[in-house]
Design a protein around this ligand. Structure first.
Ligand code: HEC
Ligand code: HEC
Ligand code: HEC
Ligand code: HEC
Ligand code: HEC
Ligand code: HEC
Ligand code: HEC
Ligand code: HEC
Ligand code: HEC
Ligand code: HEC
Length: 296
């Protein structure tokens, strides 16, 4: 509790310092003065978390709200000189995020922001959020998926493939949209690779595909190691999100045996239909007493 209070006090102190260092000669004039020329911007805050919750949570009175993000504005308010006011929308990377982190650095979901993939590549809070007139959660686009895909074109191509996680925009006619990117990623940073919002990639997969985590009598070694050895996360033109088609997938590791390697005759049971899976159907592991070769 004390720690929370100290954090809050620190955050406020930082807010005051950064606001005053940016425009040393300027003083605060209050939101009413700003609204005199920017009524639309003041209105756009009304229904949002900032409009409603700032005072309750951070002790910032509504009449100070503008200047917590834009810096003290008395010089700018004289004649609207844009050089005398800070606009996070035009600032770059870290500088823009600073205006937000003054209040948001203590949030648990952003513990790993500093140096994370987005921060490290010069993206900022305002790459994704729009404070004035954003949608739910102040996102810049209508939906989260649309937001992420606006930069990540490769993933956009993947989720249109034959096998995929149900990620396409929920407004699309296919009725997809049961998941979003943040079902698996934390765009604000994470302690694991690729912004995965779990201890590891496998742990993330187990959250929904729990049965794959269960202990089995006969394990298939690569499964507990890394699901990504055989699956791609977003989409694939092979069945079941597989990175390579069966039997080639299996043969990439099993080359020494008798029936499973070499060039298979085109009509061979080992190559056609479900190929290897026709007999080795328990590819994630088997619980059957005689399932040693994953066949039941
Ligand atoms: C006398 C009218 C007036 C007042 C008062 C005023 N502004 Fe402005 N402001 C302007 C004009 C004019 C512009 C430039 C045109 C535009 O972007 O709308 C501007 C631009 C801005 C910008 C964009 C700057 C940029 O680089 O694009 C911000 C942010 C801003 N104002 C914030 C504020 C804040 C915060 C206050 C209160 C402290 C305030 N304004 C008070 C007239 C005013
Ligand atoms: C929580 C932080 C925050 C608060 C509070 C805030 N703004 Fe902003 N403002 C921003 C950000 C971020 C942008 C960049 C565009 C965006 O995100 O909407 C911005 C952009 C602007 C602009 C430039 C608009 C443009 O089209 O480029 C003006 C003018 C402005 N704000 C005025 C105000 C006024 C007036 C208030 C108080 C009524 C206010 N802001 C309160 C963060 C804030
Ligand atoms: C003066 C403190 C302060 C500043 C500066 C600030 N915020 Fe906030 N923000 C808050 C508070 C308080 C809430 C409400 C939190 C809650 O309800 O738990 C909030 C909520 C949010 C939310 C959640 C919105 C929702 O609908 O739940 C987003 C997104 C957000 N802020 C983004 C930003 C961004 C981006 C910036 C920088 C441009 C910023 N904030 C600057 C105090 C601040
Ligand atoms: C790459 C895009 C992206 C960036 C960059 C980003 N956000 Fe977010 N933010 C989101 C998305 C998507 C959500 C909603 C899903 C979620 O909660 O993860 C969100 C949710 C939030 C929320 C509300 C829910 C929560 O987690 O508390 C706050 C507050 C917030 N962001 C603040 C920030 C701040 C502050 C920054 C900069 C340090 C930032 N965001 C940078 C995409 C982003
Ligand atoms: C404004 C552009 C932009 C938006 C919007 C954006 N990203 Fe990114 N993202 C980047 C950049 C730049 C990188 C750095 C890697 C690169 O160069 O491709 C990155 C990297 C990533 C990575 C790889 C991380 C790593 O460790 O390699 C993931 C995962 C990711 N983004 C997820 C998301 C998600 C989820 C969203 C939506 C909530 C999102 N991004 C929105 C620009 C963006
Ligand atoms: C089912 C979980 C899941 C969902 C949902 C998901 N991802 Fe991923 N994503 C992953 C995993 C796991 C990786 C790491 C793959 C690897 O390391 O081989 C990844 C990697 C990435 C990368 C880095 C790619 C690279 O090659 O380094 C980006 C960018 C990315 N995801 C963006 C997105 C976007 C955008 C969305 C939403 C449209 C999304 N992801 C939805 C699990 C997911
Ligand atoms: C948030 C829940 C969630 C997470 C996390 C998740 N999945 Fe899924 N997965 C689903 C849903 C929902 C489906 C679609 C099921 C359906 O359509 O019947 C699916 C389907 C699949 C399929 C079958 C695809 C097909 O074409 O039939 C595979 C393979 C798969 N997931 C692998 C993974 C892997 C690997 C991970 C970890 C990177 C993962 N999943 C993480 C929810 C999740
Ligand atoms: C050695 C390769 C391999 C690894 C590693 C692997 N899978 Fe699979 N997975 C497959 C194959 C092959 C299929 C298709 C099985 C079929 O069609 O009978 C499949 C199918 C699936 C399916 C859809 C059908 C089903 O069984 O529910 C899900 C979900 C799935 N895998 C999740 C996972 C998860 C989660 C992991 C990591 C814990 C993982 N897989 C690791 C090869 C693998
Ligand atoms: C990434 C490498 C890899 C891939 C891909 C892979 N396996 Fe395996 N597989 C292994 C390893 C390692 C073992 C354990 C071997 C051992 O204990 O001698 C194993 C064991 C097996 C066994 C049991 C054999 C035994 O001697 O216990 C069968 C059957 C099997 N795999 C079938 C498959 C099939 C079918 C596929 C394709 C769907 C496949 N494997 C894909 C690495 C792989
Ligand atoms: C017609 C059924 C059938 C098909 C199809 C099949 N297998 Fe097998 N496989 C078996 C049986 C039965 C065994 C155990 C007896 C044996 O050793 O021959 C076995 C054993 C194995 C083993 C354990 C090591 C060994 O050689 O004994 C591996 C690895 C294996 N198969 C991989 C594969 C791969 C990879 C494919 C696809 C190219 C495949 N199998 C297709 C029936 C099949």
């Amino acid at each position: 509790m004390t720690r929370l209070i100290i954090n809050a006090m620190l955050a406020m102190a930082v807010a005051l310092v950064s606001a005053t260092t940016a425009f040393a000669a300027a003083e605060k004039v209050g939101a009413a003065a700003c609204a005199g020329c920017h009524a639309d911007k003041a209105d756009s805050l009304k229904g949002t978390a900032h409009g409603k919750r700032l005072e309750a949570i951070k002790g910032v009175a509504p009449e100070q709200a503008c200047e917590t993000c834009h810096g003290a504005g008395s010089l700018h308010a004289e004649a609207g000189d844009t050089k005398e006011i800070f606009n996070p929308g035009k600032a770059l990377g870290e500088k823009a995020s600073e205006a937000c982190l003054n209040c948001h650095s203590g949030d648990r979901t952003r513990m790993f922001w500093a140096g994370s993939a987005h921060d490290g590549k010069g993206e900022s809070c305002v790459s994704c959020h729009k404070v004035h007139g954003g949608t739910d959660l102040l996102l810049k686009k209508k939906t989260e998926v649309e937001l992420c895909l606006s930069c990540h074109k490769d993933v956009k191509a993947d989720i249109a493939k034959r096998s995929k996680h149900p990620l396409r925009d929920s407004s699309s006619k296919t009725g997809e949209g049961k998941m979003t990117c943040s079902s698996c990623h934390n765009p604000h940073g994470s302690r694991s690779e690729k912004l995965i919002a779990a201890k590891s990639i496998n742990d993330k997969c187990y959250e929904c595909h729990t049965e794959k985590q269960a202990a089995v009598l006969w394990e298939h070694a690569p499964v507990k190691e890394d699901c990504m050895t055989c699956h791609s996360p977003h989409g694939s033109s092979n069945d079941k999100l597989l990175v390579v088609k069966v039997p080639r997938l299996c043969q990439s590791c099993h080359m020494q045996g008798r029936h499973q390697s070499g060039t298979l005759a085109a009509n061979s049971a080992y190559a056609t239909g479900r190929a290897c899976l026709g007999c080795h159907s328990m590819v994630h592991g088997s619980n059957h007493p005689s399932g040693a070769v994953l066949q039941r």
